[in-house]
Design a protein around this ligand. Sequence first.
Ligand SMILES: C=C(O[C@@H]1C=C(C(=O)O)C=C[C@H]1O)C(=O)O
Length: 286
Amino acid sequence: MEWPRLGRVSYLNCLPLFYALETGQVKVPAKIIADHPAVLNKAFRQGELEVTAVSSLAYGKFAEEALVLPGLSISCYGKVGSVVLVSRVPVAELGGRPLSLTPYSATSVVLLRILLQRFYHVAPDLFIRPAGTPPDWGQPEALLAIGDEALQVVRAGRYPFVYDLGEEWRQLTGKPMVFALWVARRDFAAAYPEELAGIWQALQAARAWGKRHPGTLAAVGAQMLGVEPEFIEDYFTLLNYDLDWPHLEGLLTFYRLAHAEGLLLHPVALEIWGGEDEGNYRLQSA
Ligand SMILES: C=C(O[C@@H]1C=C(C(=O)O)C=C[C@H]1O)C(=O)O
């Protein structure tokens, strides 16, 4: 086959995992494709990506088609910086008022709806802004943004009330928030286990490279976003790429609440790829 296609989120949040791959410091046997999470979710389902980051919520919907790569995620424990609700008024006053949702996310939209229903007890008038429009399109009272857009919206400081959804989730559940998982198509894992192992190892090696070079990542990220390196260095300390027990607990809690609120139609049977020789590991959300 041609080189497998490896999807990454096109935001700074993936720079610590991908910089070493994209600059050739670590070789990866795959073709890298960068896009918004919502686009990657869809491309994976359509068979256009063999391995990719997908929104955790999206995985919950099509778990039977995908295996989760072990030890990898896009997560936070507490503040994340790049998944935010910003508002002109306190969230408790948003009832019936227009709240714009990013078109690029799956997890964060459901996370926000869980928070609105269970935590804030308020029902704003939610609408999804069209792709390609700026975050304040339609002059909403409040808006949900993710990724670099979220970083920029917060920095611009035009909204007095800022709710970091990683932090809000921690306050509600005490758990890490897993925004995205890395998944492989089942047919690809079955037919090309060595290739998949090669991609997984490259991701781990690239991430280790990133940990050893925080100054380089901060400088590169700063240039991409047009901000000072210290800002990016601080931001990267908020992001976490592990998938340990606390993450899995956070993920299962997220699936359970999404299901309870009618935002996910069924519980999720999670299956983590065991590598070339080990069996897969199965977990079931309540
Ligand atoms: C932490 C983030 O998490 C992201 C949020 C996602 C979602 O809401 O579906 C998916 C992937 C991540 O990019 C971010 O966007 O910065």
